[in-house]
Design a protein around this ligand. Structure first.
Ligand code: ATP
Ligand code: MG
Length: 417
């Protein structure tokens, strides 16, 4: 029996990147032999074992047979006569199909090193077409290795898979998992560029795909195109190191601009409210976790108000806090401020970028929230104990008074939200 390090660990070492976890493949062994050597079987779908000391993953070399369309339609075949090359050929990309033996010798039958040097994502074999998850993986790797391109023949194959309806069979959890991982990479816009290029985005996130070709007013948005704007925003959220909910909220904040009446373009009055049901639909369809869903809904609904914060009256600011449950959950509100700041900065053209302009809205909202939270609701409830139905209004009014007292809050005549 021989063991090799394979996949991401070999690739990342060759790229000079930190190696996360090392996956091994074992050739010429049976499960019984591995168990006899102290390995622990853990694989649900195919035989994977944990090393008795390092606890790294060892998989028996395997071939696959597709038994139907989509992610679930696979069975695996392992046997001592499955060779390393048999195993490598079923991997997705050439750069992920390089093995390294115990002496450090590379086994690279599909030109992975060549493609690493050329910065290309190239499929190993036509078997790539049997699993649409691979489309998502290529897109996610593009967000991580932002200077890599998809090889033309791989892009052509991905387009064929999309045209054949393959991505419609993906299980929602897997779509979300890959999107979420791609959002956490350095340049999420690359993932969406790849998904758009092969046509998959229109199947997976049609509400987002619709934003390309939708114009915005050039004075506020020198980039004009709404899709281009959203990509700038999501890349800024990544560059700032924001957590997943903020990146997801940044991605979906402007969906409403895809459904505003064309007669009104390039303005998008009311796009915030129009976006809310679209965010809702995506989150239901992909079973998005609650923290991501709630922040995305709130950001879609309120980002216009956040941007106009300096013009809003105290009562309006407090209404926003109460709608967002910000009194009880200030951290989530601050996360929305982060997404809104990326929205503000994610605008640029040749003449103008907003990257370094001041964004006083953030400090203003923070000061207003601190004031609104400073009131003693218990004392107000006690003072109104003879008239309990008045308590919520009395608390609200005290919050408004506290917010009105801070510097720079707009007064009469300002628009309401
Ligand atoms: P990461 O750094 O994100 O972990 P990775 O390349 O190690 O990247 P894994 O998901 O850990 O990705 O998978 C390990 C290896 O298994 C890959 O390098 C690839 O060779 C293979 N692989 C994983 N998923 C697929 C798939 N859907 N189709 C084909 N090969 C796959
Ligand atoms: Mg890995």
């Amino acid at each position: 029996m021989k063991t090799y390090v394979v996949g991401g660990a070999v690739r990342d070492r060759l790229l000079g990147r930190p190696v996360q976890d090392r996956d091994h493949v074992v050739v010429g062994a049976t499960p019984q032999q591995l168990v006899a050597r102290g390995f622990t079987p853990v694989g649900k779908d195919f035989p994977v074992f944990l090393h008795p000391h390092t606890h790294e993953e060892y998989a028996l070399a395997r071939t696959e047979r597709s038994t139907g369309p989509g992610y679930k339609g696979f069975t695996f075949h392992t046997a001592p006569d499955v060779t390393l090359e048999d195993d490598l050929i079923r991997r997705d990309l050439t750069i992920n199909a390089i093995a390294e033996d115990e002496d450090g010798t590379l086994i690279d039958p599909f030109g992975g090193q060549r493609d690493l040097a050329a910065k290309l994502f190239r499929h190993v074999s036509s078997a790539f077409a049997e699993d649409p998850v691979r489309i998502l993986r290529v897109a996610r790797f593009a967000a991580r290795f932002a200077d890599f391109a998809v090889a033309p023949e791989t892009l052509a194959l991905m387009r064929q898979m999309v045209a054949a309806g393959e991505v419609d069979h993906l299980v929602p959890e897997r779509v979300w998992q890959e999107l979420a991982r791609g959002l956490m990479e350095a340049k999420p816009s690359r993932m969406f560029a790849v998904l758009r290029d092969c046509g998959a985005l229109a199947h997976i996130l049609p509400e987002l795909d619709a934003l390309w070709g939708v114009p915005q007013p050039e004075i506020h948005h020198p980039e004009i195109d709404t899709g281009a704007h959203v990509m700038l925003v999501v890349d800024l959220a990544a560059a700032a190191g924001h957590p997943l909910p903020v990146r997801f909220a940044a991605l979906l904040h402007d969906l409403g601009k895809g459904v505003t009446p064309k007669e009104g373009w390039p303005s998008h009055h009311g796009h915030e409210a129009l976006g809310v049901p679209l965010v809702q639909a995506i989150c239901q369809r992909l079973r998005v976790p609650n923290d991501c869903r709630d922040l995305a809904l709130m950001t879609a609904r309120e980002h216009g108000n956040i941007g106009r914060g300096l013009q809003l009256r105290a009562a309006t600011l407090v209404n926003v806090f109460e709608r967002c449950d910000a009194i009880r959950r200030p951290e989530r509100f601050f996360d929305m401020l982060k997404a809104a700041e990326c929205d503000f900065r994610g605008r640029s053209g040749e003449q103008r970028t907003f990257a370094n302009e001041p964004y006083p809205q953030a400090a203003h909202w923070q000061a207003a929230l601190a004031a609104a939270r400073s009131i003693d609701a218990g004392a107000i409830a006690h003072a109104n104990r003879e008239n309990p139905p008045r308590i919520p209004l009395a608390i609200h009014e005290a919050r408004v008074a506290a917010v009105r007292a801070i510097a720079g809050v707009s007064e009469e005549g300002a628009p309401s939200a």
